[in-house]
Design a protein around this ligand. Structure first.
Ligand code: CTP
Length: 399
């Protein structure tokens, strides 16, 4: 079967010289079995006639947010909902800037906000523009937000100069689309439970114990799993992060609440990804009223909380269970012990001593350690990318 059989791809063409190469991209997508519809920006129509795309896609080209002949549907919502994937090729500096800032002043930019499908973009522009700090920043932001970027290449540019910024070769773009949609296939119809953030345990009505976890890693996993078409339940400790679109959230505070919510969600799940930094201790007693200050200070008696990952690991059956290990020394050895003790399929070792890893930052430095004894040390990368590596591992495991 063709790799893109029955896949619906919305091809967005923005206004650069490379717009003509979008024709080749369209042809290749069709040859792979995809159904393609085309949206063009006004500038793109200056470079290439919509008729070319119409003739090849056997369908009208959309370019106008307010079409003259009228359309009973809200066109950007309909197109955004229709697509299994939105591909922008070429993506100009202007469109990238609009996407990074959530602007929506024409049909294509509205579609990009209205869709919940994965969005992939292939930038193309002159080297100086591509290397401009504003463009670098905008592309970085989009990557962080879960957009896929097919990096530009070095080659001959429209100005005649030779340099970085040429649209990636059509075959490379199509390869990336096939890879992305293959990922979604693994997750469609799957239920994934993700725990995220910290827990809190009360000392008295105004004070509590907690840790530094912000939830960024877990929210990234939830977002990426949802983008792949999974049915995602996010069990979140206190966090100020926005819940990713389409993700069902259960908010909890204490270890007991997290345990209960996770155990319940685990019932019908295919995978559990336990990124939460669960407290290991809680005060033996919670004072009913505020503890007054005292000359002699205060001693707190702490007792262990229940490690519910151990319980869930023990009864997991066919379900895939991924744990995290936060370590400050002997990382790999300690992580392996946790993998065994908690009967996990995979453990993600988070070395908190490395720069750009751990709490509060957007990047992480992790190693993936599995039951077969394989250890894959990943370089520093965004938490979104780490999330994808973990989900790729889960998908391979399901296969
Ligand atoms: N975990 C859990 N319940 C706890 C503590 C941890 O379910 N009470 C889970 C975490 O979510 C994580 C894994 O167990 O996926 C490992 O957590 P970590 O804090 O690294 O290890 P601990 O088992 O708590 O051991 P230690 O703190 O001694 O390193």
């Amino acid at each position: 079967m063709a790799p893109l059989n029955q896949k619906r791809i919305l091809l967005g063409v923005s206004g650069g010289v490379a717009a003509y190469k979008a024709v080749e991209v369209l042809r290749r997508l069709q040859r792979m079995g995809a159904e393609v519809r085309v949206v063009m920006t006004a500038a793109a129509t200056k470079f290439i006639q919509p008729l070319t795309f119409e003739a090849l896609s056997h369908h009208r080209v959309y370019a106008d947010l307010f079409p003259e002949e009228g359309d009973p549907d809200v066109i950007h919502v309909r197109l955004g909902g229709w697509a299994d994937l939105v591909l922008i090729a070429p993506a100009t500096a202007n469109l990238i800037g609009k996407m990074a800032n959530g602007l929506a002043d024409d049909l294509l930019s509205c579609v990009l906000l209205a869709t919940r499908a994965p969005v992939m973009l292939a930038p193309a522009m002159e080297t100086r523009m591509y290397e401009h700090p504003a463009v670098r920043r905008n592309l970085g932001r989009l990557r962080e937000a879960g957009y896929r970027v097919v990096d530009a290449e070095v080659g001959e540019l429209a100005s005649g100069a030779h340099g970085m910024g040429r649209l990636a070769a059509p075959e490379r773009i199509v390869e990336a689309v096939v890879g992305e949609l293959g990922r979604s296939d693994a997750f469609c119809g799957r239920r994934i439970v993700v725990t995220a953030g910290r827990t809190e345990e009360d000392i008295d009505p105004v004070r509590f114990l907690t840790n530094r976890s912000t939830g960024k890693m877990g929210y990234a996993v939830a977002r990426q799993a949802r983008l792949r078409g999974g049915d995602v339940v996010l069990i979140s400790g206190p966090s100020s992060l926005d819940v990713p679109p389409g993700v069902e959230v259960v908010r909890v505070r204490t270890v007991a609440e997290m345990r209960e919510a996770t155990t319940e969600a685990f019932q019908g799940a295919d995978a559990l990804i336990m990124t939460a930094a669960v407290l290991d201790f809680r005060p033996q007693q919670v004072a009913a009223s505020k503890i007054k200050k005292a000359e002699e200070g205060l001693r707190l008696d702490l007792i262990p909380t229940e490690d519910f990952l151990v319980d869930l690991g023990a009864c997991k059956g066919e379900r895939v269970v991924v744990g995290f290990a936060m370590e400050t020394e002997d990382g790999v050895a300690n992580a392996r012990k946790k993998l065994e003790a908690k009967r996990l399929d995979l453990i993600v070792l988070n070395d908190l001593t490395v720069r750009g890893a751990g709490f509060g930052v957007d990047t992480n430095v992790v190693s993936l350690i599995d039951r077969r004894g394989n250890t894959e040390a990943l370089p520093r990368m965004s938490k979104i990318e780490v999330a994808d590596r973990i989900l790729d591992w889960v998908a391979r495991r399901w296969q």
